[in-house]
Unconditional design. Structure first.
Length: 256
């Protein structure tokens, strides 16, 4: 049953607005928001738990049990949405469950202090497209549950396995025999065309500074993407996509 909401100050609207604007509030409630019919369909077809839907139009979708649906005006949607262009549907979901991975098998990608939410979302989207087993987040990487990140994933957030690991946990994996490969543009880095990317964690560093100093002793080798001499670097999401594509060509990725 759809319930009409007519006030921007309604507790449901307040909750959705706070989820979209405040990271600590998201973490406290273990919920995040998404917008648009495409993401809603992706969420319904996944095992993610949907809590509340605000919509300015009629919904003909079959929804999971327990989902609360509220009809609101478009101006209320725009008032609760943190995004510049508001769509006709906004909904809240529970945080994903972290699934354990065997990091000694298949290819994984590690994001260290990557701060642009668009880059993070694009990498999650590419990871799912290329069959990367898991995306690992460490350091001050952008919040994967921010609305800009979620929108950039184009629904891959519901399907891609993710995990959050701290520096000591990463070094414990190294001690357990997990192989780490660091993306680099250094002169001594191996050419990606001849590098073995299988059964490893590929490390992508901050857009401007690269890998954190705390992780310098973690990687076993460095690998670079050949680029023209008058180009200093390429976008980190583009670089990550190239690494994942090369790993997929080698047939060493998993398939969801």
């Amino acid at each position: 049953m759809m319930i009409n909401l007519t006030s921007r100050s309604n507790p449901v609207c307040f909750h959705i607005r706070k989820l979209g604007r405040n990271r600590s509030y998201r973490e406290e409630h273990k919920q995040f928001i998404c917008d648009g019919i495409k993401l809603l369909i992706e969420a319904i077809n996944s095992d993610i738990k949907i809590d509340v839907i605000l919509t300015s139009e009629h919904l003909s979708l079959e929804l999971p049990k327990g989902v609360r649906v509220f009809h609101v005006t478009q101006d209320i949607l725009e008032s609760v949405s943190p995004l510049t262009t508001s769509q006709k549907i906004i909904f809240s979901c529970a945080f994903k469950d972290e699934s354990p991975s065997d990091y000694r098998k298949n290819t994984h990608i590690l994001l260290d202090c990557i701060q642009d939410p668009g880059n993070v979302g694009t990498i999650i989207r590419c990871a799912h497209a290329f069959g990367v087993e898991s995306v690992i987040f460490t350091g001050s990487t952008a919040d994967i549950y921010s609305p800009k990140t979620i929108r950039a994933t184009m629904g891959a957030i519901f399907k891609q396995k993710i995990s959050f690991l701290k520096t000591p946990e990463l070094f414990a994996l190294k001690d357990a025999g997990v192989r780490f490969i660091c993306a680099s543009n250094g002169e001594n880095a191996a050419d990606i065309n001849s590098a073995d990317l299988s059964n490893s964690i590929i490390m992508m560093g901050n857009e401007g500074r690269g890998i954190s100093k705390e992780l310098f002793g973690l990687y076993d080798s460095t690998v670079k993407i050949p680029i023209t001499n008058d180009c200093e670097s390429i976008n980190v999401a583009s670089a990550a996509a190239i690494f994942m594509w090369e790993a997929m060509k080698g047939g060493k990725l998993c398939h969801h």
